[in-house]
Design a protein around this ligand. Structure first.
Ligand SMILES: *Cc1c(COP(=O)(O)O)cnc(C)c1O
Length: 362
């Protein structure tokens, strides 16, 4: 029998979450963000599910973009980091991709490229994230060069928020963006999931949701459920053994958990080599037989131990939900991620190749 671990991907939940975005953005168009293999959910299946719903796709991998075109995706495809070299510019022309242009070097390469077909571009303004993008003082000269060049068709203006999910919010970046782009009659794109949910004034012409499509909350304090989002990825396994501990017995590598009293524990076939976070400490929530309990001790490569006190009748073979939903219970990836000191984005992207995937609700 195969090892009992598997992930389910609920494609009807993905379509549902896209509808939740649509319902919030008051007519703005939607670039569905599918970088990193659609946040670990599988680029092709996600694109296929969203093809009839969304207005565009956004990612950073050129091979992924070529795969989308080969699969018949007709919508605009934005390359969020732009072109890495000149051959990428040619691919943009061949595949009708919309690269982000974020530096003068990229402007010069594009202007010199003499592309067979002019391409749409998204000109990125740095308003405070300080990773990619033109500083406000550079924008006018970049636009001047792009606007009169035959390789350039449409221009969209974009920026990215550093703390849409946090305390500082977007106010200073939004002010900077508005001030710098005032009077330029071009479509704009600013909002990631957090800004979509929290700052309607940032929606503009195109929004760029990622994590909310996959059913997670971009905020530490608010659940995905409270926004009407449904988990797409669920990670399931089973108990493969149970054991009784005496007071003083320890569990797992490093002996980080010590039983204070007699207790019964279970061993789950899931470890960090499956993508479960190794930093999840004792007490991380986990569901056994439909009942919430907690992990015990360190996560190993292939196994993790759980407390069976709330589920005294659980035996080897009992179903285990690591995150997502079993159809009745929801254990959000956000909650597991928070216990492990990370975010659900990282859990999803880390789902290992050795975990078989079952599509449901397609
Ligand atoms: C990843 C990304 C997004 C999506 O962010 P979420 O927080 O997942 O919604 C939007 N815009 C850019 C530029 C990105 O890199």
């Amino acid at each position: 029998m195969p090892r009992p671990i598997y992930a389910t991907l609920d494609l009807s939940a993905l379509a549902h979450n896209h509808k939740r975005v649509r319902a919030r953005v008051d007519g703005a168009k939607i670039w569905s963000v599918v970088k990193a293999n659609a946040y670990g959910h599988g680029l092709q299946r996600v694109a296929e599910t969203l093809a009839s719903l969304t207005d565009g796709f956004a990612l950073v991998e050129f091979d992924g973009a070529a795969g989308l075109r080969a699969a018949g995706i007709k919508q605009p495809i934005m390359m969020l980091e732009g072109c890495y070299d000149n051959s990428d510019l040619q691919r943009c022309a061949e595949l009708k991709l919309t690269p982000v242009v974020h530096s003068m070097a990229q402007v010069r390469a594009l202007v010199a490229s003499k592309l067979a077909n002019p391409i749409d571009v998204a000109v990125k303004l740095n308003t405070g994230m300080n990773r990619l993008g033109f500083d406000p003082s550079e924008l006018a000269s970049a636009l001047r060069l792009l606007k009169r060049n035959a390789s350039v068709a449409g221009i969209t203006l974009m920026t990215h928020f550093a703390d849409a999910d946090g305390e500082s919010g977007i106010a200073s970046q939004l002010t900077c963006f508005r001030k710098t782009t005032q009077g330029l009659d071009l479509p704009v794109s600013m909002a990631n999931s957090a800004a979509i949910l929290r700052f309607p004034e940032s929606h503009g012409d195109w929004v760029r949701p990622g994590i909310m499509l996959y059913g997670s909350s971009p905020f530490p304090g608010a659940t995905a459920e409270s926004f009407g989002l449904k988990p797409v990825m669920s990670l399931h396994s089973k108990l493969i053994a149970t054991r009784n501990l005496k007071p003083g017995d320890t569990v797992g590598y490093g002996c980080t958990f010590t039983a204070a009293k007699s207790m019964r524990i279970g061993v789950v076939a899931c470890g960090y080599a499956d993508g479960y976070p190794r930093h999840a400490p004792t007490g991380t929530p986990i569901v056994v037989n439909g009942v919430r309990t907690r992990t015990l001790g360190r996560v190993s490569m292939d196994k993790i131990c759980v407390d069976l006190e709330p589920v005294p009748r659980a035996e080897a073979g009992a179903p285990v939900l690591l995150w997502g939903t079993d159809g009745k219970m929801v254990l959000s990836a956000d909650e597991v991620a928070a216990a492990a000191g990370t975010i659900s984005y990282e859990l999803f992207c880390a789902l290992a190749k050795r975990v078989p995937i079952e599509e449901i609700g397609g």
